[in-house]
Each structure stands twice: as structure tokens, then as C-alpha cells.
Design a protein around this ligand. Structure first.
Ligand SMILES: CC(C)=CCC/C(C)=C/CC/C(C)=C/CC/C(C)=C/[C@@H]1[C@@H](COP(=O)(O)OP(=O)(O)O)[C@]1(C)CC/C=C(\C)CC/C=C(\C)CCC=C(C)C
Ligand SMILES: [Mn+2]
Length: 336
């Protein structure tokens, strides 16, 4: 199912999209000055929401071109609102019917009938970038699963959930980031790298939030791997940092880093203007794993985070990492 989703998005992106490296014009109907102001205000509000709720992603978007930045802000707000349906302050009122209603609203905005200004910003984004509706539908499916499921038997089950809530963000984002016209990589491989970034981010998020999620009765860590490590659900609910826990966490962190490495291979294939923001976002999120290690694997009562200074010092480092092509030739020095 996940492979099909990647292939479908890759085919939709298609070779012709690579040739047409310009972003699409906005929707054909003549927009009036009033709608221009409404859209500008809508995107500004999306940027404020992103800045408020996700400082790391917001920092990444500030490294983007204005058109792409606005598009990612619009996608972010839809994703945040979708996540808030099951993770937000009013989530106790969210039912599968409410998610069905949210999906009908998604269909409407994809057909150019937005409900509010946030939907209007996304509708406008969809008129400019070739984004498929399926990843959005799949994210809603992930929220349906979050309503009903509080433990995961194996990594296979957890991987599918990570695809639904985070891999989908990668598939939504590639058409906005753009694929480098000179890239020799297959479109599917680039979409697989974006999927890997979503999986890596979600695995990192799960490892960061073990204590917070357990306090809400949720354990995303694979049950079979906990048992193999000699751990039980009680060890998590009792929030004990033992040597068994440390050993288990080292394996979980190693796997998350593997997905970041997989994602990193795809960055060189993106449009050159998108490589730095994605690389910076990847590096900043990956540093959460370092913070968990620095907390001696106490992700029960200590929230791992990356300090502002470290975030800003990572920006030049992530920029330099984008100067390498896929075959590791430093293109800028070669030209010097
Ligand atoms: C600069 C940049 C990468 C921007 C992407 C911003 C964006 C659209 C993010 C959406 C995030 C979101 C709110 C998704 C809803 C579900 C959810 C909460 C997913 C988890 C995010 C964590 O959010 P947060 O840190 O706020 O966690 P809490 O809610 O506080 O627990 C996720 C971990 C998923 C995030 C997934 C991504 C950002 C994937 C991005 C992938 C790409 C941009 C693809 C790049 C392409 C290649 C080839 C590598
Ligand atoms: Mn979380």
C-alpha cells in the first residue's frame, strides 16, 4: 500500500513535471484585488500558526523561496489541524464521523471550494503545485487509527502508522520542493527519500515523547521488540530508566538515524533552492536523538530538545552539506 502510494505520487509528478521547473500559475479564474488580499492574509496567518506550533519547521521554511514557503505553511496548517483532531485540546470530542466530515471538507478544498481562509491558502497552493490528494486522505486514515489503537505489536505495524501521519508529509512536500532538472535519480527514489524523512521524523518524535504518550495511555514502541529487550509496558508506565531500557533505546535511535541517512540521499536530487531548508530541517530534527542520548535515555520525564543556539549554529553546517552532489563532488569548489 505504501509502495503504491509512493509510485502513484512519483508517476503523478512524472517526467514532464521535471521539464516544467516553473511553479504553475494560480487558478485560471480572474482573482479580484479583494481575493488577493484575502489570500495574502490567509498565507500570513498560516505562517503565524507554523511559527507558533513548529519553530523547527518554521526555521526551515524561512530558508525557502517565498512561493514555496507559503505553500509549505498552507500544508503545515492543514496537517496541524488534522493532528489536533486527535491530539489537540478538543480531541475527546473527535469521532470517526468527525474525521469523515474533515475528509469531505478536504475533497471540497481540492475541488476549489475552501471552507475558511486556511483551506483557501491550501486550495491556492494546490492550483500552483501538482500535489495529489491521496497523502492527505492517508493522513486522515492515520488519525482514525490513532483514535482506536494505543499499542503496536511490531515495527511493521508502527511503520504503517508512521507512513500515515508523517511519510505522507514527505509525499505532499516533494511537488513543492521541486526535483532538480539535472537529477538522474528516478522520481520514485526521490519520493522514497521523502517518505524516509517522514518516517525518521515520526520515529524521532515517538522516541522523544515516550513519557508524554505513556501518560495518555499510548505506547507506539513495538511490543515484540520491548519483550525481546526484557521490557514490559509497566516499565514504561513506571518510567524506569534501567540498563535494559538504555540498550533498547540505543537500538531504536540507531534505526531512526538509518531513516535519516536514507532521506539525506534524496536531498541532492531536489531543486537546488530546496536543498538547504530540507537539509536544515532534517539536521535539526535528528539532533533530538542526540538530546535523548545526552539525557541518558530518560525520555520519560525529560523532554529532549535542541536549544536555539545549537539550531542556529547548525544552519551553516546544513548549508555546506548541500554543496555536495549525489556523487560527493563539491560542485562549488570545482567551479572556483
Ligand atoms: C521545512 C520542512 C521540512 C517543512 C515541512 C513542514 C510540514 C508540512 C510539516 C507537517 C508536520 C505536521 C504537523 C504533521 C501532522 C502530523 C504530525 C504531528 C506529524 C509529525 C510531525 C511532528 O510535529 P511536531 O514536531 O510538531 O510534533 P508534536 O505534534 O509536537 O508531537 C511529524 C514528526 C512528521 C513531520 C514530517 C515531516 C516534516 C516530513 C517532511 C518531509 C519532506 C519535506 C520531504 C523532503 C524531501 C526529501 C527528498 C528528503
Ligand atoms: Mn508527538
Amino acid at each position: 500500500m505504501i509502495h503504491d502510494a509512493v509510485i502513484k505520487n512519483a508517476v503523478l509528478a512524472g517526467e514532464n513535471y521535471r521539464l516544467n521547473t516553473r511553479t504553475r500559475t494560480s487558478s485560471p479564474e480572474i482573482s479580484t484585488p479583494a481575493s488577493w488580499n484575502m489570500l495574502r492574509d490567509a498565507y500570513d496567518r498560516c505562517g503565524e500558526v507554523c511559527a507558533e506550533y513548529a519553530k523547527t519547521f518554521y526555521l526551515g521554511t524561512m530558508l525557502m523561496t517565498p512561493e514555496r514557503r507559503k505553500a509549505i505553511w498552507a500544508i503545515y496548517v492543514w496537517c496541524r489541524r488534522t493532528d489536533e483532531l486527535v491530539d489537540g485540546p478538543n480531541s475527546s470530542h473527535t469521532t470517526p464521523t468527525a474525521l469523515d466530515r474533515w475528509e469531505r471538507r478536504l475533497n471540497d478544498l481540492f475541488e476549489g471550494r475552501p471552507y475558511d481562509m486556511f483551506d483557501a491558502a491550501l486550495s491556492d497552493t494546490l492550483a500552483k503545485f501538482p500535489i495529489d490528494i491521496q497523502p492527505f486522505k492517508d493522513m486522515i486514515e492515520g488519525m482514525r487509527q490513532d483514535l482506536m489503537k494505543s499499542t503496536y505489536a511490531s515495527f511493521d505495524e508502527l511503520y504503517q502508522y508512521c507512513y500515515y501521519v508523517a511519510g505522507t508529509v514527505g509525499l505532499m512536500s516533494v511537488p513543492v520542493m521541486g526535483i532538480a532538472p539535472e537529477s538522474k535519480a528516478s522520481t520514485a527514489s526521490i519520493y522514497n527519500a521523502s517518505l524516509a524523512l517522514g518516517i525518521a521524523n515520526q520515529l524521532t518524535n515517538i522516541l522523544r515523547d515516550v513519557g508524554e504518550d505513556a501518560s495518555r495511555g499510548r505506547i507506539y514502541l513495538p511490543q515484540d521488540e520491548l519483550v525481546s529487550a526484557g521490557l514490559s509496558q509497566n516499565d514504561i508506565f513506571e518510567m524506569r530508566v534501567t540498563d535494559k531500557w538504555r540498550s533498547f533505546m540505543k537500538g531504536q535511535i540507531l534505526r531512526a538515524r538509518m531513516y535519516f541517512d536514507e532521506a539525506e540521499k534524496g536531498i541532492a536530487e531536489l531543486d537546488s533552492a530546496s536543498r538547504w531548508p530540507v537539509s536544515a530541517s532534517l539536521m535539526l530534527y535528528r539532533q533530538i536523538l542526540d538530546a535523548i542520548e545526552e539525557n541518558d535515555y530518560n525520555n520519560f520525564t525529560k523532554r529532549a530538545y535542541v536549544g536555539r543556539a545549537k539550531k542556529f549554529f547548525s544552519l551553516p553546517q546544513s548549508y555546506v552539506s548541500t554543496l555536495f552532489t549525489a556523487d560527493k563532488q563539491v560542485i562549488s569548489l570545482a567551479r572556483a
